[in-house]
Design a protein around this ligand. Structure first.
Ligand code: GDP
Ligand code: ZN
Length: 289
């Protein structure tokens, strides 16, 4: 049976890309009965009918599943942060990283608009590379980092995330020249994605896909338990097993290996402070509900 990737869902139709052709498909009733529905990003088998129409028969197991926006099988997130306009916000970056870790995605930190400002760039790069995240500097003005960005996109399904104004649309336009999207169009697509549940679409690029809607449009911690939060900090992870108490929150417990690593300089103070902010937020949410 033919196989393909759902790249768009609209009004009950799923658009399945198979090689170069797109098939407008409906899903079999069996999906509804089981209470599941195919998602953009799903790898499916389908029957081919007339006029490029078809029926989705099966959906392959998902590697990952994002909720907002709903996309299956995203592999990596580019977290786009400018150093200036808007100013770099490490709390927001760590917040995104908690979510990408929770979703099981590879994260690539993309420091945008490096033509504007060099100061502080090296420090941020070193901090996050030390933790284990790739950091890429980009500029649409000078073209820096665009080839590297393309190479990283190759054969993967990616989302771009980051607050508005950091240059996500501009970067997408640099890497999607063949798609013929106007700057305004792309920004408009990306912008709308933030506030409404609109339809997400995957755009083919470099043998993979990028979503036309920013990943992680909601950044609350409702799904995270206090004891789990530390595991979403990949720099804490190696130490947690050595904490004296199971369920250690790494704040004031005796024998906490994370705090020992912090005192040792193995864990960055800012990362730890941000962890503590998120932990309070999670506890506060739990108290309120
Ligand atoms: P988005 O909201 O994240 O999609 O950001 P946009 O791509 O719409 O860019 C926001 C503003 O930043 C626009 O005025 C862009 O021209 C500007 N901008 C984007 N990338 C760069 C860059 O690499 N260098 C400079 N100097 N400005 C940029
Ligand atoms: Zn601990």
């Amino acid at each position: 049976m033919p196989e393909g990737r759902i790249i768009k869902a609209l009004s009950g139709y799923y658009y399945v890309l198979d090689e170069e052709k797109t098939w407008q498909c409906r899903a079999r009733g069996v999906f509804k009965k089981r209470g599941i529905s195919p998602l953009v990003g799903d790898w499916v088998t389908y029957d081919q009918g007339e006029n490029q129409e078809g029926f989705i028969q099966t959906v392959a197991d998902r590697k990952t599943e994002l909720v907002r926006p709903p996309i299956a099988n995203v592999e990596q997130a580019f977290l786009v942060f400018s150093l200036a306009e808007p100013v770099f916000n490490p709390l927001l970056l760590d917040r995104f990283l908690v979510h990408t870790e929770g979703a099981g995605l590879r994260s690539i930190i993309c420091l945008s608009k490096v033509d504007l400002l060099r100061d502080g760039y090296q420090a941020i790069k070193e901090t996050y590379e030390q933790i284990g995240y790739p950091v890429l500097a980009t500029s649409k003005k000078t073209g820096e980092g665009i080839q590297e960005l393309k190479a990283l996109l190759r054969n993967h399904i990616s989302v771009f995330s980051g607050q508005s104004g950091v240059g996500k649309s501009s970067l997408l336009n640099e890497i999607l020249p063949g798609v013929n999207l106007q700057i305004g169009q792309v920004s408009e697509r990306l912008r709308r994605g933030k506030h409404t549940t609109r339809h997400v679409e995957l755009i083919p690029v470099e043998g993979g896909f990028v979503a036309d809607t920013p990943g992680f449009s909601q950044l609350d911690f409702f799904d995270v338990d206090p004891e789990q939060l530390g595991y979403h900090f990949i720099d804490f992870k190696p130490y947690i097993a050595d904490c004296k108490f199971r369920g250690c929150l790494h704040i004031s417990e005796p024998g906490c290996a994370v705090r020992a690593a912090l005192a040792d300089g193995q864990i960055n103070q800012q990362r730890y402070d941000n962890y503590a902010v998120f932990l309070e937020e999670i506890k506060e949410d739990k108290r309120r509900r």
